[in-house]
Design a protein around this ligand. Sequence first.
Ligand SMILES: *Cc1c(COP(=O)(O)O)cnc(C)c1O
Length: 559
Amino acid sequence: MKIAIASDHCGVELKSALVSALSSTVTVLDKGPAGTESCDYCDYAVEVARDIASGAADFGVLICKTGIGMSMAANRFQNVRAALCASVEAATLTRRHNGANVLCLGADCVDAAKALEIVNTFIGTSVDTDGRHERRRWKLERAGRLSDASGLMKDDPEVWAAIEAQTVQEDTEINLIASENTSSRACREAAGSVLMNKYAEGYPGKRWYSGCLPVDAAEELARKRACELFGADHANVQPHCGSAANMAVYFATIKPGDTILSMSLDQGGHLSHGSPVNFSGKYYNIVPYTVDKDTEMLDYDALEKQALEVKPAILLTGASAYPRKLDFKRIREICDKVGCIMMVDMAHIAGLIAGGAHESPVPYADFVTTTTHKTLGGPRGGMVLCKEKWAKALDSAVFPGMQGGPLENIIAAKAVVFREWMMPEKKGYAQQVVKNCAVLCKTVQDRGYRIVSGGTDNHLFLVDVKTSKGITGKEAAAALDAAGIVVNKNTIPYDTESPFRTSGIRVGTASVTTRGMKEAEMVKIGTWIADVLDDITDVSVQERVKREAAELVAGFPVP
Ligand SMILES: *Cc1c(COP(=O)(O)O)cnc(C)c1O
């Protein structure tokens, strides 16, 4: 057991007494001060709080005249619960109920013998694990989610209201938007950090500004971890979003007017794959491929035939609304026959690939682009992985080709998330996302709803609500929203409705899986979806589901 101990000048004497008494039984990390010269209590509270927050010590002890200033300073740190105690009873209860890990003492309130008794009680009492206190401790940590931006309550109440509303929404609704996830606290801490203050045009070690050592370290970590996680030769972590990542590849490889063979938007592709309203469709000659009309899946023979006819400069695969696995080996063979660049946009499935639940395109593709916020669960952003021979062209396409200063705070958050994927806690997550999706899909399907392509292999599926119930995707999504279930309307292959109305909804399981939901919850949610869609005019069903859904999510706290 390690105890970090510190005081201010008023507490030095008591501290020395405790250090000598405790040293025979535990490891004591004496954080100072050594003498009784006047000093600032905050500096010493921070030393001890850092040791607790980082895990370097199991317990902390902080002493000042009253113990109050020390408590205030220490409690500003994540994972620190500092309690001011003047009695053995208080020490017992704050350990058992609040799970306090830092003991604060007032040098004017307790003598050395009493203090030692309190410390020994504090470190010798274990934390109660019954539901009541566990729930309250969780709410204590949970308050941190709201307090993250609580300075805005006073400084900017209007923006604060929006942040609070999002927090409440995440707390109470079931998020099945396939392109979203729930970020970790660590990720948000990096994203909201001071790294946003730095201009860093260029790349680590080769910047256009001075003072880049801290951001160089963060970006180097992101690049190295991305390469390790995905087994890539080279990573550029600077693109501000997935669309920018795609733009970077086009800029690095082809000229305006060159041909890209890509999946059309209404079949499941993405805007940045050549939609006429997007830059990609305006600057390049886009030839769309489709899924097979009967199977609603990719027909690789047909794709090969089309590619040989069209002779594109780039064959682009990857989609925003394709519920099936992609055969990257086969796509590589097609690209080799045509002699074109193989580009895979894994924006949606990057997390499944990182977690080993979907085959990786990295060994096959010249370029792999992605977002970092979908199944990957990180900050809103983009990234490009490529083979070594393309590294230089890619980096100059991003900067100075299309962007100025990178968002180093977001890059740091990307690094945090790449590391999370390599931790044991993340093991099985991607597989659970896929399992959850299969169960949710089957539950809805068994209630008589037509599923595009008949099922799903990944984190999402599409429900054809038009064929099933004669309603549009827009109407279905609105009814589900009223019932506390958030999905999005989505075109389905060969849709006869406008992209604004659509015949389908898209349903995804990344976010609910991050919150810890499993197959049993998927059956409940699938049943609710069917209950609501069976009659979208029945408001009482929507109200019932909204109530039950809120009860369910309360048991699966947002990180
Ligand atoms: C989401 C997505 C993108 C890009 O997303 P941004 O909103 O630009 O970050 C690119 N490609 C695919 C396939 C996507 O699904």
